[in-house]
Write a protein that binds this ligand. Structure first.
Ligand code: NAD
Length: 360
């Protein structure tokens, strides 16, 4: 197969970690007989330096013309970088919000996987972390409380603030379909998280998710209240496969789930629209403290490329090969600085990329 990939290396460690991800993709292409064509684009701080704005129409058009986008991270040191003296709409992060909007990316997929080899980095009790876990949080990204009407006003002499939580059936249906589609490629279980004992929007959420489930008889659906979900995540994370939820609940639960895996350098993510198109990036930022030192952990970005193979290109064997290569390298005792522990072999960013590519 031939695929066109838009590549946004970005700022800070972005160029280093994306280069390693492309190294692994090239190895996949060689082994499985595919061709990946890359178009390198600017976004974030590097685009501000070159074009005066964090995101150009050319970058948006090139992303739209591609089969998927592979991204590093954008932004700089928010206290010292001159980018943060600019108005908010011209700062690096405005590029990120702009591209998500321009590409209609309403579904955020964040797998949270605790590798048995890294169980020591998990802050949970040993009897829980020893079991490991492998779940994916699907967060609705463009609706709900963060996008509803808001106002602050004086009512009867008292300052009063209002935010509005609105979801339409269509918005719920499209994210539910995404969740069930992803569950079909995993362990076939969906946990839909809501607050249906209190909120109307959650009652509609539960009704629509239940309707969508009828088209996926192989997938087990359970509903869970958000407060219970927060508890269950630290009590028994291994029970979850795909967790689907609205914007604010997902914001909070995905950070909780990331935290219990132990390292930000290990966590990939994807943002998708209704089609198979997606933008794939690590969960962490541009790490200006270690940029340019060949120290960053490229695994999150390499696993983001694996997600691209799985979800945008339907290359399941190839995605498995990348994920298995990461597991093998960890089992063999290789680590970057952020996940280093006694007795392991420390690798640079590029050496870690080499090792993973060798194991494809
Ligand atoms: P950060 O994630 O960049 O860094 C937090 C800590 O984690 C740092 O100590 C860093 O060295 C470490 N870290 C992050 N990724 C790592 C990796 N792959 N390997 C090893 N260590 C890693 O968060 P921050 O310092 O709050 O933000 C720095 C910049 O990144 C800011 O400009 C912020 O706006 C931006 N940011 C961008 C994105 C994105 O591009 N999607 C996301 C978050 C933050």
């Amino acid at each position: 197969m031939e695929k066109n990939i838009a590549v946004i290396k970005g700022d800070g460690i972005g160029p280093e970690i994306v280069t390693e991800s492309m190294k692994v993709l090239d190895k996949v292409a060689e082994k499985f007989g595919h061709k990946f064509n890359y178009t390198q684009l600017l976004m974030g701080g590097c685009s501000i330096d070159a074009n005066g704005v964090p995101l150009t129409d050319e970058t948006i058009a090139a992303c739209k013309a591609s089969d998927a986008v592979l991204m590093g991270s954008i932004g700089g040191d928010t206290t010292t970088s001159p980018w943060y003296k600019l108005p908010a709409n011209l700062r690096p992060e405005a590029g990120l919000l702009g591209i998500r909007k321009a590409l209609g990316l309403f579904a955020n997929l964040r797998p949270c996987l605790l590798y048995p080899e890294l169980a020591g980095a998990c802050p949970l009790k040993t009897e829980i972390s020893a079991k490991g876990f492998d779940m994916l949080i699907m967060r609705e990204l463009t609706g709900g409380l963060y996008f509803g009407a808001r106002k602050t006003e004086e009512v009867n002499g008292v300052m009063t603030a209002t935010d509005t939580l609105t979801y339409s059936e269509d918005e719920i249906r499209r994210i539910a379909i995404k969740a069930f589609d992803v569950a079909m490629k995993r362990r076939k279980k969906v946990t839909s998280v809501d607050k249906a004992n209190v909120l109307d929007s959650s009652r509609l959420w539960r009704k629509v998710v239940t309707e969508v489930a009828k088209d996926y008889p192989e997938v087990t659906l359970e509903h869970m209240l958000v407060d219970n979900s927060a508890m269950q995540l630290v009590k028994d994370p291994a029970q979850f496969d795909v967790m689907v939820t609205e914007n604010m609940f997902g914001d909070i639960l995905s950070d909780e789930a990331s935290m219990i895996t132990g390292s930000i350098g290990m966590l990939p993510s994807a943002s998708m629209n209704e089609t198979k198109f997606g933008l794939y990036e690590p969960s962490g930022g541009s790490a200006p403290d270690i940029a340019g030192q060949n120290k960053a952990n490229p695994i999150a970005t390499i696993l983001s490329a694996a997600m691209m193979l799985r979800y945008s290109f339907d290359m399941v064997k190839e995605a498995d090969a990348v994920e298995n290569a990461v597991s093998k390298v960890l089992k063999d005792g290789f680590r970057t600085g952020d996940i280093m522990s006694e007795g392991m072999t420390k690798l640079s960013c590029s050496e870690m990329g080499d090792k993973i590519a060798e194991n494809i």
